[in-house]
Design a protein around this ligand. Structure first.
Ligand SMILES: [Zn+2]
Length: 508
């Protein structure tokens, strides 16, 4: 007899539909899986047989063929165990196929028939829904995360026996037993950072316009503290964005069992020893890297010059397109990677910078050369973070929380940007930036002075203009005025690559 079971598998972050066809015939006992299965799928046989024998089913003297259709894609993952087991029982007539109508199944089986969590439950739910299935049966730990997908009923089971009982009597584990992660907690407050007025202001501008930010300052100045406070300033994830973020986290196996994902934007801070694969993804089957785990959130690279240059270069594509494309022999996948980059570095190898710097010019140049120009070019805001002055370190009465207020300002500035037809000023095309700023004569004169004084390239001018547009949006201004522009120029030239003062660099 032949049975057809609907399921889904994950390639990249996409849930692709698959029909598991199971044929059972009399003959020499053979079990074959066809349809380009990966090793983990071939091993399914042993898990399925053991789980079924635990259930009292034996297959002596049967010729079993399993076909995974469509057959032209290499399929990976352990989620085929459950549909194969159910297909076998259906082919033997132990399950009424009418009970399976509109239902897709996915799950890994333990040898005792227990169901184990699988990766990518959210992607599976999306794939099944888009295929028109009304219900997806998943292992119990994956039910809550998958339930954020609207338009499909997600039910769960602890074991193969539970699935059989569910199919017969419609008794399932339903979502909602999970512990919701904090959805409105904005994280640590900006008021925890003492002093650092310029850097805090840069953080607000970065949040409002979606600008990438480079913080340069001595160790201990609070660069990491500042970066960690950025997600709290950003608008909460919309339901569609939350789905997108959870889909990536679920493929990476980062959604804890029995939890509902929250609304806070991701913050990822990989160590500088990370490999290219770790940063943008890779492996077989392909898994998302840190750039994709930071999708719609913040990617923080501390000690930027310590990252291998070849690794940093891989960020150029996602910074341009918001996507990572991986092409390998067996697959080509795309991972979403629209993140906001915050980088931090010491001003020079000795870390002191400015008057206290003890580095030689060649040391300084080598340090500087470690970061590629094209990457720096994607960073709109270059800001110096000085060591906090003594008065800022003295104990103070507990500071008022300011993150919620700032988040309100950021949201208002974002609404202004949307009313001009862009999501964020960082995305304005070079051709459209002049019109968006609508500079008056005083602002134009100031820009001309800045170009002369700082020898700004055309590209730098565009970056300054984008930032000035955000400064104006934060001030609820229709046009970019000279004051807005002046602040943007300070944010572009105030740190990062300015040479130490003792060597006549451009410290302002
Ligand atoms: Zn130095």
């Amino acid at each position: 007899m032949l049975a057809r079971i609907h399921s889904c598998w994950v390639q990249g972050v996409d849930g692709l539909p698959v029909t598991v066809e199971v044929a059972v015939q009399s003959g020499l006992p053979v079990f074959t899986v066809v349809g380009l299965p990966a090793t983990a799928v071939k091993e399914s046989k042993d898990r399925v047989f053991s789980a079924l024998s635990h259930h009292g089913q034996r297959f002596t003297g049967k010729r079993i063929t399993v076909n995974l259709a469509p057959a032209d894609l290499h399929k990976s993952g352990s989620g085929f165990d459950l549909p194969i087991a159910i297909g076998l029982l259906a082919a033997l007539g132990s399950i009424d196929e009418r009970d399976l109508k509109g239902t897709a199944l996915a799950g890994e089986l333990g040898l005792d028939g227990r169901l184990r969590s699988i990766r990518g439950a959210v992607a599976l739910a999306l794939g099944c829904r888009d295929r028109g299935h009304g219900r997806l049966v998943l292992p119990a730990p994956d039910v809550d995360a998958a339930s954020i997908v609207p338009g499909i009923e997600i039910v769960g089971a602890e074991s193969l026996s539970d699935v059989l009982r569910g199919l017969e009597s419609d008794t399932w584990l339903r979502p909602g037993n999970g512990t919701p992660l904090p959805s409105r907690d904005p994280g640590p407050d900006l008021s925890d950072v003492r002093g650092q007025t310029l850097a805090k202001r840069a953080l607000v501008i970065a949040a409002a316009g979606g600008h990438n930010l480079l913080l340069s300052g001595p160790p201990g100045a609070g660069k990491t503290m500042l970066a960690r406070r950025l997600p709290g300033l950003l608008p909460e994830l919309t339901p569609a964005e939350r789905l997108d973020v959870t889909r990536v986290a679920s493929v990476a196996g980062l959604v804890p069992a029995g939890t509902l994902p929250g609304h806070v934007r991701p913050f990822r801070a990989p160590h500088h020893t990370i490999s290219a694969g770790g940063l943008i993804g890779g492996g077989s089957p392909p898994r998302p890297g840190e750039a994709s785990l930071a999708h719609l959130g913040v990617l923080f690279l501390d000690e930027l010059p310590e990252f291998r240059r070849s690794v940093l270069e891989t960020l150029r594509q996602p910074l341009e397109t918001g996507l990572v494309r991986l092409s390998r022999v067996r697959y080509a996948v795309e991972f979403p990677a629209r993140f906001q980059l915050v980088a931090a570095m010491n001003p020079c190898p000795c870390g002191f910078g400015g008057d206290d710097c003890v580095c030689g010019p060649s040391e300084f140049q080598r340090y500087r050369a470690r970061i590629s120009g094209p990457l720096l070019d994607r960073i709109d805001l270059h800001v110096s973070v000085g060591a906090a002055p003594w008065s800022d370190l003295l104990p103070d009465r507990p500071a008022r929380r300011i993150t919620p207020t700032v988040r309100g300002q950021v949201a208002r500035a974002r609404r202004r940007q949307r009313s001009r037809g862009v999501a964020m000023n960082a995305d304005i095309e070079a051709a459209a930036i002049w019109e968006a700023c609508d500079l008056n004569d005083a602002a134009l004169r100031l820009l001309e002075d800045a170009v002369r004084h700082f020898r700004l390239s055309a590209r730098s001018v565009h970056r300054v203009l984008r930032v000035s547009r955000t400064v104006a949006d934060l001030g609820d201004a229709v046009r970019v005025e000279a004051d807005h522009l002046a602040e943007a120029v300070r944010m572009r030239t105030g740190g990062g690559w300015a040479l130490p003062r003792s060597r006549g660099g451009l410290h302002n």
